[in-house]
Design a protein around this ligand. Structure first.
Ligand code: BG6
Ligand code: MG
Length: 218
């Protein structure tokens, strides 16, 4: 493995557990549309863009909608989601994240965010994490959704680090795939069962340093 110099983090599910808020917002919308939508279905939406997520929900309900209507519902879902985000507290940053990133930065690693979310800037500011990243690439800056590697390639470029010298931290299958499609290794946050293609799976960033993690990946 080339010497790793850049660390690229997904946001939802890696830095903060916002998946539960995405779920609650989609659930409210699904209820309104009479579509059965479970937490298990929600797994399929991890890492997936807002529009694509809604299309998956419509598929579950066997429903077809015009692009205009889809846009309307996506805005509605986002407004519900933003009510939860408004109440987001710094304490909700997942355990170990702040320390892991601060230590890595101190050791000279460059740190980027690579998220599909268009709300990433707002979420980082709510969590007092805006300054923790050398670069932030989010859903407002990309055209192609994960598993396309665009978000991570832009992240590596923004850090000024070769893509082969970056690793990605992801909790979603589509994200692990995106990292691999970009020629990067992926650390899965979660279980091997959920993320079978990740190069290493860990339960979270607590009690592990970047040095130990890279050793385990060799
Ligand atoms: C990803 C989440 O990070 O962002 C998805 O895992 C979400 O569940 C996507 O749909 C887009 O987020 P947003 O905030 O732009 O609706
Ligand atoms: Mg995620």
């Amino acid at each position: 493995m080339e010497k790793i110099k850049g660390l690229i983090f997904d946001l939802d599910g890696v830095i903060v557990d916002t998946a539960k808020y995405h779920y609650l917002a989609w659930k409210a919308l699904a209820l309104e549309l009479n579509i059965p939508f479970t937490e298990r279905d929600n797994e399929k939406l991890k890492g997936v863009s807002r529009r694509k997520s809604f299309e998956i929900i419509l598929e579950i309900g066997n429903m077809v909608m015009s692009e205009e209507e889809k846009e309307k519902y996506c805005t509605k879902k986002n407004n519900i989601y933003l009510e939860y985000i408004d109440k987001l507290k710094e304490e909700e940053v997942l355990k170990g994240v702040k320390k892991f990133i601060a230590d890595a930065r101190e050791k000279g690693y460059k740190i980027a965010l690579g998220s599909a979310s268009k709300n990433a800037g707002l979420i980082l500011s709510k969590l007092n994490l805006t300054g923790a990243f050398d670069a932030v690439i989010d859903g407002t800056k990309v055209e192609k959704a994960k598993p396309d590697p665009e978000v991570f390639l832009l992240g590596a470029r923004a850090l000024g680090v070769d893509k082969e010298a970056c690793i990605v931290f992801e909790d979603a299958k589509a994200g692990v795939e995106a990292a691999h499609n970009g020629g990067m290794k992926a650390v899965g946050i979660g279980t091997k069962e959920n993320l079978p293609n990740a190069d290493l799976c860990i339960s979270g960033l607590e009690n592990i340093s970047v040095g130990e993690l890279l050793k385990q990946m060799k």
